[in-house]
Design a protein around this ligand. Structure first.
Ligand code: PXP
Length: 246
């Protein structure tokens, strides 16, 4: 079955540019509107505990004024969970977070934090928020994620994106086994991290994908051609996707 692969655009790094100087530009809502014009299916933002890019006011404003669904990435910590419950984004993606990291480095250890995560997933779902779990392509973690009661997993594509040569093919096969496993468990399969205009061709080989969340490469490309065109180009790159019929 051929299915339309959805694109969520992560606009954190538009805020990174703003925070570098403490200005009120570039405007995140304008960025979200460019994504909408270019045919993106959603906007992703990560409200980190250290507020290094996205700020609380951004989350509220985007929730109020952006017409695309908001996917809020966040750590499972009480203060951020409280914000999510008040803001009510369409989707929350639970991610691990370490203060020193440059970006989200690994997937969640669902097995190691099962009870705490189960409670958060239930609270978010009771509030009508769809919950996604960001995990490495690992079968044990996937089985644990399914037991949490979250309907969606986002497979961490970072190891694949960083690998070269035969290691990259190995990572792709690992992602495929994970996507098959998640699909068999009845989970929606998203993927993200490190996906760019070059490696997207390999990512499209994966079966069962519903949504790709892509940020850094799109914002970087936007420097040279504008955000609307950068998103359009990524949308066009996703078009050949053939879904489960590979
Ligand atoms: N998905 C998740 C869960 C992430 O944490 C990130 C990075 O914030 C992305 C997708 C987007 O990754 P990139 O910016 O490398 O495209």
């Amino acid at each position: 079955m051929k299915q339309r692969l959805k694109l969520g655009v992560n606009i954190d790094h538009v805020a990174t540019v703003r925070q570098a100087r403490g200005t009120d530009y570039p405007d995140l809502l304008e960025a979200a509107r460019c994504c909408e014009t270019a045919g993106a299916d959603g906007v992703t933002i990560h409200l980190r505990e250290d507020r290094r890019h996205i700020q609380d006011a951004d989350v509220w404003r985007l929730r109020r004024e952006c017409r695309l669904p908001i996917n809020l990435e966040m750590a499972n910590v009480p203060a951020i969970v409280r914000i999510a419950l008040r803001v009510q984004p369409a989707e929350v993606c639970l991610v691990p977070e370490r203060r020193q990291e440059l970006t989200t480095e690994g997937g969640l250890d669902v097995l190691g934090q099962f009870a705490a995560m189960q409670k958060t997933v239930a609270r978010l779902r009771d509030a009508g928020i769809s919950v996604s779990i960001f995990i490495a392509p690992d079968e044990q973690q996937l089985v644990a994620a399914a037991r949490l009661g979250a309907p969606v997993v986002e497979l961490h594509t970072g190891a694949f994106a960083d690998a070269r040569g035969t290691a990259r093919q190995r990572e792709l096969r690992r992602l495929q086994r994970a996507a098959d496993c998640a699909h068999d468990l009845g989970l929606q399969v998203n993927a993200g991290h490190g996906i760019n205009y070059t490696n997207i061709a390999d990512v499209l080989q994966l079966r069962w994908l519903d949504t790709l969340n892509i940020g850094h490469s799109i914002v970087a490309r936007a420097l040279f051609c504008g955000l609307t065109r950068a998103v359009r180009e990524m949308r066009a790159a996703l078009r050949p996707y053939r879904g489960g019929a590979q």
